[in-house]
Design a protein around this ligand. Sequence first.
Ligand code: HEM
Length: 400
Amino acid sequence: MTDTAVQWPARQERVLSDPLFDPLSEAVLADPYPAYVRMRDHARVYWHDQLNSWVLTGHAECQEVLRDSDRFGTDFRRIGIATPPTLLSLQTLDPPDHTPLRHLGLATMRTLDLPAIEAALSGIATERLGGLLDRGSFDFVADFSDWFTMAAITAVLGVTPPTEDETFHRLNRELDASMDSGVDAELEGPGLRARQHFNALVESWLDDPPPGGAIEYLAEHQQEGGVEKAVLVNSIRAFFHAGFEVPSRFLGNAVAALIRQPAAMAALLHGAPIDPAVEELVRFGGPVHALSRACTQDTTLGGTPIERGQIVIAMIGAGDRDPLAFPDPDVLHLDRDPNPHLGFGRGSHSCLGSMVGRLEARVVLSVLTSRNALLRLDGEPVVRPSATLRGLRNLPVARA
Ligand code: HEM
């Protein structure tokens, strides 16, 4: 989802002064949920003057938008907004252009031997996380989840993990930051250059596909469905980037949430079933907060008229805390049922890697429970400065 999110609409002034929601202010970065409540209390379909967009904080409204790509598209060209060629991908095209890419993606996912991947990831997580737990105190994100999710996505693709030198980290930071380029237009250029760098990596994989992973299948089937090569490369880049960045932010949020809600942590260590716990952690701490869509026809949403050409931002992070959809929304109930969260999106662009994201979370929670690892904070968590993909850069923890 890391390409659609760049489409925060541009704003005129550098300093946002909306009284209810300033997405990158220090307070909102630290905890966006009070701002979501303020907006929802004011209007579930909230016009944000400076973002020049409708901001949706209700579950029903977010879901309606994500499910209807006729009225609300990810392809902003449908309302006359140009998309740089580097951003034309699975994530930014709507049906019917999106359909062959989506089919190729789904077919690729079906070739994966997920139980074997889970077993392999379980082995490496047990070793790495086990070693860190033995050490007593460590940074869950920097020492573990960033590394683990890169190991997972490269295993899925069947490629060797890239060298994570200073250049890699800088480019990745620039790509991440550009997801908020609508809030700060200067972030866009470096983000596009970073994407081109990652594209070169993807092209090198496709030119000489290693055996046994998703890249081999994609290289063999790349001619199918008439997908343009450049768009395919952009899509694989988006898949790769989403594949390490999003789950690492999720795992950090999940562990931080468990530490802050000791009753849930205790329930997990006392044998609460892991699969529903993963769903609840995605609802509660899913890192993807904002998905932009272009309204392609005059319509209404929750009774509010929306005009063709306007932009709506489905704040799924807010929708997943909407009390109309989730009783007691700010508390983790690991056995919540039903749990119709939007953390993996909905509709034609819903997460292609959700099985992999869930599998990674299962593996990590299983290691923590098998080691009876009651954790506590061992310092202040450091938040990444992103309004789109909310998560932690550092999460210092220790055994309680
Ligand atoms: C817990 C982890 C994850 C979360 C919370 C998550 C969340 C999301 C969300 C909300 C979307 C919808 C974007 C939209 O509607 O515009 C999405 C799409 C996507 N995700 Fe994930 N994701 C996760 C893990 C992954 C992984 C591991 C991969 C790759 C293996 C992946 C690949 C993708 C791709 C390619 C799309 C775009 C699909 C399309 O546009 O057709 N995600 N994800």
